[in-house]
Structure formats: C-alpha cells, structure tokens
Design a protein around this ligand. Structure first.
Ligand code: SF4
Length: 493
C-alpha cells in the first residue's frame, strides 16, 4: 500500500506533532463503529495510519490501514469484518518506525493465555536497550515500533496471569505511555507512572442493556463523539482492568509527583477536551490573558494564526481590550492528494493553507498570536504575507515559552539544532521572523494560567522539558543513541 503525496508537509513540519490516539470499548453495541467514531474524534493525534481489533466473544478480528479514519472505515465490508462488542483502536503518527502496514497498531499476538491486542500512545525511552536484550534472547520483532517491546516482555514473563505479566513488562520499561489492550475477556488501560500522556474513562449504556459499557480514550472529545459520559481520568501509574465483573483499579508503581505534558494544553489536545479536570479551551484562553498581561503592546488588532492560535488570541484580546479579528483565513481543503510538492510549490506552501485578509489588515498595527515557534519557517512566511497585505506593524505573541529542546516522550519534534529558539535569542528570532516585536509567555506565566502559583523548579507540576530541558524520565537510549542503534543493527545482521 502506498501513501499519497502531501503538499501540506512543508507547512505542518513547522509544528510539533502528537504521536498517537488510542481508544478501547467494552460491552458496547457495534464496538467497531463506536471505536471508529472515537478514532475520528482523535484524528488530530495521528493521521498516517489507523487500526481496530475487535473481539466477538470467540475470535479476534482486525483491520489496519494507511491514511485517515474516514479512508478506512467508510467501507461497509471493512466494518462487517469487525464484529463484536469489544474493541481497541489506534491512530498513528509515526515517530519510531516508518509507516509500514506492519507498524500500524493495535499490535496483536497469540499467547498461551489467549490473544492480546495493544495500542500505545507515547514513546519508550529505553526501547532500543530492551530490544537489544530481547533480540539476544531470541525474540523476533515483526515491526520497527518501540511498542512491540511490550508484547515481547509479556511473552517472556514467567508470571501466570495477563495482568501480572503486563505489570512485569511495565516495570521494565521507561518512558511515556498510555496503553489500551484487549484480551479474550478483558479490556485494559494503563497510564505511565508520571501520567505524561492522557487517558480517560467513560461509560455508556451497555450492549446487554444490563451492565454498563465502558470507553477508554486519549481525550474526552472521543466520549462526546460516541455519546459516552465522562467518568474520570485514569491516574498516573494506574492500570484499569474491565471485565464482566466491572472496573478494577491496580496501582503497581510507587506513587510519584505527576508530570502531565503541558503541551497538551498549549497545542496538542482538541480544545473541546477536558484533561486532568481542565477545559483545554479555557486553559488556552487563560494563557492568552496571561500573555497579554506579561507582554502588552499598542495595536489595532489581535489576529490568531489559525486554528491553534485562536483561543489564546481570544484571551489576549479580552485582556488587552484590543479587537479580535480574523486577519488570516485558513483554507480547510488543502487535500492530501493535491499537487506534487515541487520546490516551487513548497515555497508557496503557507499560501495553500493560509491567506491574509487584506480588508482587515491594511494600514493596521497587528498582533499575531500563535501557540509555538518550532523551526520558524511558517511564522516567517505568515509575517511576510501579513505585511504583504498592507499591515503597518506586525507584532507576534506566543502562548508557549520558547521551544528549546526536543521531546522524547511521544511527540514528533525536530532535532534540537533545528529549533529556532535553541540557537537564537528572542531578539534574534524577531529579526529572523521579520516582526516589529516578539514575546513568549514566561514559564511562570504558563503555570499561573494552569492554576499553579508558578513553576516550582524543585517539583514542577508538568512535563515542560521542551521548554526547560528538565526531562522527568530517564533518556536511556538517547544517552548514546547512535551507539545503541549501531549495536542493534549489528546484532540483527
Ligand atoms: S517534552 Fe514537551 S511535548 Fe514532550 S511530553 Fe514534555 S511537555 Fe510534552
């Protein structure tokens, strides 16, 4: 199967990308359809591939495909091949392993205790190290994703039950992960000990009309989509096991101070999701207000860089009293199969997706509000476009601190040398992007907007490593990544 060319690559490459969305359903009528709808709501977390594994009470059934949810589950034959009232589903944005069909999740394996399907959102920071050891023991890897490490660790575990084997495996991995897994008689959800990646639990009317149905999902927007009620966030380090007797909670790790990914609030999560008790939309507006308090500017208009900059721009406008206007219009119909991206088209890239609203911008002093600056290439083109539409002054305000470090916990980021803020001061960035002034929210301002008194350097409430370089989970593989990869290749040869 081949993947279609994507002219948006050059544009989207200037954002961090979420690595995956997961969903699990238990005792729901037509679990595959409900799971597919949930995956559709989680499409922003991964667009490269998607998969669903169902269980009909006797057998497992699977579909995996490259592309969007709508490309895969609109086919009635595909859906007819996924019977059952239990399922796990996954949307993939590949950061480890190319997007080959064999890397598409949920991964599935047959054990002596029965089948096991697993979908993973996140990234293991000791996957190479574990993989090397597992290959030495004779384990044969079918994919190049780090998620397969879970499957092999479960396979070689000496414990008897699937939950004990899973706990045994989890105690050997480090990294950020939310997992959903399906066995012959159980749906399982797991969140890593620091709760870096999100996972929530919801409830529906059960397929049997007596006992409730359950939904596990990366974000609450998936529950809205399938008509499920939000129950709670899965706690950091918690395993939930759902079977005929209900929901059981296991906490096999010693408790640690949680470090939820702060970038979920800034950019990744859908604005209508509620994560860790906070509305993402309201959090983004509060960040915008805090930004306006910290870095005010005389201007005529507040203009969001669509779509992700919109709530922060609204907060900025409310706080500053400067009118909010849609000075940049987003074209939502930049198709995946539009035009082959030649260099000339790439140069035009940003105009395929955004256009300047001259009637609003001409002769005005404009404040552009965006969520982040990664490489800076898109910001530069947007500023050029806004000036080209006649803006008299162009200022930029960013609702995250400068992105100075790469993420190793499941977000696709450029290497550090390619991050604009890793190499340049704010003044230098302003000059490179071509703005009259540039300001980022401070780290303390960000924490205040999220209900904290500020950033407690000794015990921060969030993972903010891409802004601070303070990595809360050991980067085992990355201490010597090249050496680890070379050794692995040598062993596989
Ligand atoms: S490094 Fe940044 S993007 Fe990655 S988990 Fe931490 S806060 Fe989120």
């Amino acid at each position: 199967m081949t993947q279609s060319m994507n002219t948006t690559t050059a544009i989207d490459d200037d954002k961090f990308h979420e690595e995956c969305g997961v969903i699990g359903t238990w005792n729901v009528t037509d679990a595959a359809a409900i799971t597919a709808l949930g995956l559709h709501a989680l499409q922003h977390r991964g667009q490269e591939a998607t998969g669903i594994v169902t269980h009909d009470g006797v057998r497992f059934h699977a579909h995996k495909g490259i592309g969007l949810v709508g490309d895969n589950y609109g086919d009635t034959k595909v859906m007819a091949g996924l019977p059952g009232t239990r399922a796990v589903g996954h949307n993939r944005y590949a950061t480890t392993g190319a997007t080959l069909l064999r890397n598409v999740q949920p991964l599935f394996a047959e054990f002596e205790f029965g089948g096991f399907a697993v979908g993973h959102n996140g990234n293991l920071t000791n996957a190479h190290t574990l993989k090397r050891a597992l290959v030495k023991r004779g384990c044969l890897f079918q994919s190049t994703t780090d998620s397969e490490v879970f499957v092999h660790l479960i396979a070689i575990s000496l414990y008897a039950t699937v939950l004990d084997r899973l706990i045994d495996a989890l105690k050997q991995v480090t990294g950020a992960y939310s997992l959903v897994a399906l066995t012959n008689d159980m749906l399982i959800g797991v969140r890593d000990p620091l709760g870096v990646r999100p996972l929530i639990l919801g409830q529906t009317n059960g397929a049997d009309g007596i006992s409730p149905g359950w939904v596990l999902a990366s974000e609450s927007c998936a529950l809205e989509m399938v008509g499920a009620e939000f129950v709670r966030d899965i706690e950091p380090g918690e395993i939930v096991a759902i079977d005929r007797s209900g929901v059981r909670s296991l906490k096999p790790f010693s408790p640690q101070k949680p470090r939820f990914c702060v970038f979920e609030y800034i950019y990744f999560a859908r604005p209508d999701s509620i994560l860790e008790g906070h509305s993402v939309y309201a959090a983004r507006k509060r960040i915008g207000r805090e930004l306006a308090r910290e870095s005010p500017i005389e201007a005529d208009l507040i203009v969001p860089v669509p779509d992700s900059g919109v709530p922060a721009a609204m907060g900025f406008a409310e706080q500053s009293g400067v009118p909010f206007e849609l000075g940049i219009i987003r074209n939502h119909y930049v198709g995946r199969t539009f035009i082959e991206p030649t260099d000339q088209i790439r140069h035009l890239g940003v105009r395929l997706k955004h256009s300047a609203n001259r009637a609003i911008l001409e002769g005005r002093r404009v404040v552009l509000v965006d969520d982040s600056i990664v490489r800076g290439t898109t910001s530069q083109k947007i500023v050029e476009m806004v000036r080209g539409a006649g803006a008299r002054e162009v200022h930029m305000r960013i609702s995250s601190p400068p992105t100075t470090h790469s993420c190793f916990y499941g977000i696709d980021t450029p290497e550090r040398g390619k991050l604009l803020a890793a190499r340049n001061s704010v003044a230098e960035m302003a000059q490179l992007i071509g703005v009259d002034s540039l300001a980022f929210i401070s780290m303390d301002g960000l924490y205040r907007a999220l209900g904290q008194p500020g950033r407690d350097a000794a015990a921060p409430a969030f993972c903010d490593a891409c802004f601070s370089g303070d990595y809360p989970i050991a980067l085992t593989d990355h201490a010597e990544p090249r050496q680890a990869q070379l050794s692995l290749l040598a062993e596989l040869a």
